[in-house]
Design a protein around this ligand. Structure first.
Ligand SMILES: O=C(CO)COP(=O)(O)O
Length: 258
């Protein structure tokens, strides 16, 4: 049985300018200790304009917080006005990048095909993609959440080789639970996270599936994180709103104490 280190990642979305980002990282660093870092991997996913400042604070003070971006271009460079490449993120020592967050799928029309290209671009540049998948309310009401989410997984991983796939992070984020306060029950989270691991075993191998970390995201707070983390196939949380409050985020990192 593989032991997977939980990954607690704060997705700041379009919040915190670079000065606020510096303060946020310092508050997190001040509140966390070696015991926390030994038990859980902690990451912040910041807006592009914050990344240089976040990198400077983390590397300057040798903090154990990982950092990353919220999107990347599928291209390496060129005439793509407004886009940011994986090479640029890698140059800033980003560890992670989210791909296919539901807000990108919804507001920027990102398809599984594009997400697949972005996953490949992330790996090409040595970044770990956090591939976000999850169903909307209509799909959930129709009871099709597993099939829908697994189709997104298949699309995102198309032609991704095993040696890359074994390091990916998958975030199951039911869209109806994002920013709504409507958290999925631990059983809802387990149903789909377990199915994701099952599909990874079919696509690759059980050994690979046992290594991949699967996060839950959607209205995670200190009050509900422990029950979600108690599920066997949930290996972390992708936290939106609650990650903007450093005290609350640290409580989430310390889910075992809640
Ligand atoms: O989208 C999310 C993280 O990526 C979840 O957001 P909330 O935690 O605000 O619901």
């Amino acid at each position: 049985m593989t032991t997977r280190t939980p990954l607690m990642a704060g997705n700041w979305k379009m919040n915190l300018n670079h000065l606020e980002a510096i303060a946020q990282v310092q508050k997190l660093a001040f509140a966390m200790n070696d015991k926390d870092y030994a038990a859980v991997e902690v990451a912040v996913l910041a807006p592009f304009t914050d990344l240089r400042s976040v990198q400077t604070v983390i590397e300057g003070d040798k903090l154990k917080i990982k950092f990353g971006a919220q999107d990347l271009s599928p291209h390496d460079s060129g005439a793509y006005t407004g886009d940011i490449s994986g090479a640029m993120l890698a140059k800033l020592n980003c560890a992670y990048v989210t791909v296919g967050h539901s807000e990108r799928r919804e507001y920027h029309g990102e398809t599984d095909e594009l997400c697949n290209a972005k996953v490949k671009a992330a790996f090409k540049h040595g970044l770990t993609p956090i591939l976000c998948i999850g169903e909307g309310l209509d799909v959930r009401k129709a009871g099709n959440q597993v099939a829908y989410t697994l189709a997104q997984l298949d699309g995102g991983l198309k032609d991704v080789p095993a040696e890359q796939a074994e390091t990916i992070v998958i975030a199951y984020e039911p869209v109806w639970a994002i920013g709504t306060g409507e958290v999925a029950t631990p059983e809802d989270a387990q149903e789909v996270c377990g199915a994701i691991r099952g599909r990874l075993a079919e696509l690759y191998s059980q050994e690979l599936a046992d290594k991949v970390r699967i996060q839950y995201g959607g209205s995670v707070k200190s009050g509900n994180v422990a029950a979600i983390m108690a599920q066997p196939d949930v290996d972390g949380a992708l936290v939106g709103g609650a990650a903007l409050d450093p005290e609350e985020f640290v409580k989430i990192v310390r889910f075992r104490d809640q």
